[in-house]
Write a protein that binds this ligand. Structure first.
Ligand code: GDP
Length: 465
C-alpha cells in the first residue's frame, strides 16, 4: 500500500467551539509523533513516538518554554496507514474550554505544525486513497445530517454504496472502450462479429442504471438539504400558528441556522425523517411602506427558490383579493393550499375557487389552533417528497447536486452513443461519447475531477475535519 505523505504536519481543534467536557486537538502528518512527543509528558513515562498504535495514554501537555503545564490530557496515537488520513495521527483529548484548546493548539503550532485548512484532514484521507470523493463528501453530509433519514443516506454514501455502483458502471464502459479501441484498425471485424449490437446492449444497460440513480436524486437532494418550504398568506390567516403547530409536533432541529446568509428566519423540522426548512418571510400583501415592500420582494424571491409553498387562507373570511394575489404568486411552484380556521365552521372558502387559480393542487382543511389536519399535511409532504417511490437511503442514493449533474451529463453521452449506433456511424467515433460518459461518472468518485473542484468541495468543510 502506498502512503502519500504531504509535506506538512497539520493541526486543528477538531471538536466544536464552545464549552464542553472534552475537546480534541488533532495532528496529522509525518511529524505528528515528534511534535506530540515534545509537548506531552506521559504519566507512566515513555515517548509518544514509541507508543503502540491505537493506544491511549494519560499525561500532561507541557509548555517547555514557559515551564508550565497547559492541560491534563489523554493522547491517542494512530500510526500510518491505519488512521483517518492514512498519515500518522495524534489526538489530544483535553478539557473542552476554548482557552485550554487554543493554548494546546498554539503550542503544537509553535513546535512545527501548520494550522489545518477547513476539511484538510478529510482531503488528505481522499488524496491518500482512503476515501473516494463521494465518500469524502458524505463525511460533511453526515456531520450536517438533520434527520435520521439524512444520516442514513450519508452513512450509506460514506460506506461506498454509491461509489460501488458508479465504479461498476465505469468498469462496464471501460470494457467496451477496450473492445472498440482494440479493433480500431479493423473496424469491419467488430461490425461483422455483431460487436456493435453488443455495445448497444451494454450502453443501454448502463444508461438504465444511470437513470435509476437519477430517479432518486431529487428525493435524495431533499433528504440531504431539506425541503425548502415557504409559508405564504396575507396577514392574520394563521401562518405563525401553523408554524407553531408544526413545531409542536416535530422537534425543531435547529433554529436560526448560524452562517446563513439569507435575511430570513429558517426553522428546521423533522417530518417523519424528511428535513423541512421553513422559511419565514413577511406575508405578501399590498404593502404601502418600503419596509413591507422589501419584505414582499423577499417573499417573491423565496417563493422562486422554494421546493414547496404552503399557501394559508382563512376559512372564516373567504377568499379576498389579497389571497388571490398570494395564490397567483405561487402559481407554477409546488403548492399546497391550507384552508385554516375550519374550527370556526364558517366554510367560506371553496376548493373550486382555489383550483380556478392554481388548477389541481392539494387542498387541506386545517385548524392550526386546534392542531387539526396537521397529520394529513405531514402525510402530504412526505408523499410529495417520495412521490410514491420507495426510496431506501440504505441503498445507493444520490443526494448531491454535483453527482446528479455528472450522472445527467453521462446519460447524455450514452444517449449519443445509442443514437450513433442507430445512425450507423463508424465505431471509432463512438469512443468519444463512451469516454465522455466514463469521465463524467468518474467525477462522482473523483477519479476524473479537476483540482479546483476538489479544493472547492473541501473548502466547504468545517475546521478540524
Ligand atoms: P399570521 O399573521 O398569518 O401569522 O397569523 P397568526 O398565526 O398570527 O394568527 C392570526 C390570528 O388568527 C390569531 O389570533 C390566531 O390565534 C388566530 N388563528 C390562527 N389559526 C387559527 C385557527 O386554526 N382557528 C382559529 N379559530 N383561529 C386561528
Amino acid at each position: 500500500m502506498v502512503v502519500v505523505y504531504e509535506g506538512t504536519t497539520i493541526a486543528a481543534i477538531s471538536s466544536a467551539p464552545g464549552e464542553a467536557g472534552i475537546g480534541i486537538v488533532r495532528l496529522s502528518g509525518r511529524a505528528s509523533l515528534e511534535i506530540a512527543g515534545r509537548v506531552f509528558r506521559a504519566r507512566r513515562g515513555g515517548s509518544v513516538a514509541d507508543f503502540k498504535t491505537h493506544t491511549v495514554h494519560y499525561g500532561h501537555i507541557y509548555d517547555a518554554d514557559a515551564g508550565r503545564v497547559v492541560d491534563e490530557a489523554l493522547v491517542v496515537v494512530m500510526k500510518a496507514p491505519r488512521s483517518y488520513t492514512r498519515e500518522d495521527v495524534v489526538e489530544f483529548h483535553c478539557h473542552g474550554g476554548m482557552v485550554a484548546l487554543q493554548s494546546v493548539l498554539e503550542l503544537v503550532l509553535r513546535e512545527g505544525a501548520t494550522l489545518a485548512e477547513p476539511g484538510e484532514f478529510t482531503k488528505r484521507a481522499f488524496l491518500n486513497g482512503r476515501l473516494d470523493l463521494a465518500q469524502a463528501e458524505a463525511v460533511i453530509d453526515l456531520i450536517r445530517a438533520k434527520t435520521g433519514t439524512s444520516l442514513e443516506a450519508a452513512v450509506g454514501q460514506l460506506q461506498g454504496k454509491l461509489s460501488q455502483r458508479v465504479r461498476h458502471l465505469r468498469q462496464e464502459l471501460l470494457g467496451i472502450l477496450a473492445e472498440v479501441e482494440g479493433t480500431i484498425d479493423f473496424p469491419e471485424e467488430i461490425m461483422d462479429s455483431g460487436g456493435v449490437s453488443r455495445i448497444g446492449l451494454v450502453v443501454e444497460e448502463v444508461k438504465g442504471e444511470v437513470e435509476k440513480l437519477l430517479e432518486g436524486a431529487e428525493t435524495g437532494r431533499i433528504i440531504r438539504q431539506g425541503l425548502r418550504t415557504v409559508i405564504a398568506g396575507k396577514p392574520n390567516v394563521g401562518k405563525s400558528s401553523l408554524l407553531n403547530a408544526l413545531l409542536r409536533e416535530n422537534r425543531a432541529i435547529v433554529t436560526n441556522v448560524p452562517g446563513t446568509t439569507r435575511d430570513v428566519i429558517e426553522e428546521y423540522l423533522n417530518v417523519r425523517g424528511v428535513p423541512v426548512v421553513i422559511v419565514d418571510t413577511a406575508g405578501i400583501c399590498n404593502a404601502a411602506d418600503t419596509v413591507e415592500r422589501i419584505g414582499v420582494e423577499r417573499t417573491r424571491r423565496e417563493l422562486r427558490a422554494a421546493d414547496l409553498v404552503l399557501v394559508v387562507v382563512d376559512d372564516s373570511r373567504g377568499l379576498e383579493a389579497e389571497d388571490r394575489e398570494v395564490l397567483e404568486a405561487a402559481r407554477g411552484r409546488r403548492v399546497m393550499v391550507l384552508v385554516n380556521k375550519v374550527d370556526l365552521g364558517a366554510g367560506r372558502v371553496q376548493g373550486e375557487e382555489i383550483r380556478a387559480v392554481l388548477g389541481e393542487v392539494p387542498i387541506l382543511r386545517i385548524s392550526a389552533r386546534e392542531n387539526r389536519g396537521i397529520d394529513a399535511l405531514e402525510d402530504a409532504i412526505v408523499e410529495m417528497v417520495y412521490g410514491g417511490r420507495v426510496v431506501v437511503p440504505a441503498s445507493a442514493l444520490v443526494t448531491n447536486i454535483r453527482h446528479q449533474q455528472a450522472l445527467f451529463e453521462a446519460k447524455k453521452h450514452l444517449q449519443d452513443v445509442l443514437a450513433g449506433i442507430e445512425e450507423g456511424v463508424p465505431v471509432d467515433l463512438l469512443t468519444i461519447d463512451l469516454k465522455g460518459a466514463w469521465e463524467r461518472l468518474g467525477e462522482i468518485t473523483g477519479e476524473t475531477v479537476g483540482e479546483d473542484i476538489i479544493d472547492e468541495i473541501f473548502s466547504r468543510f468545517c475546521l478540524g475535519k
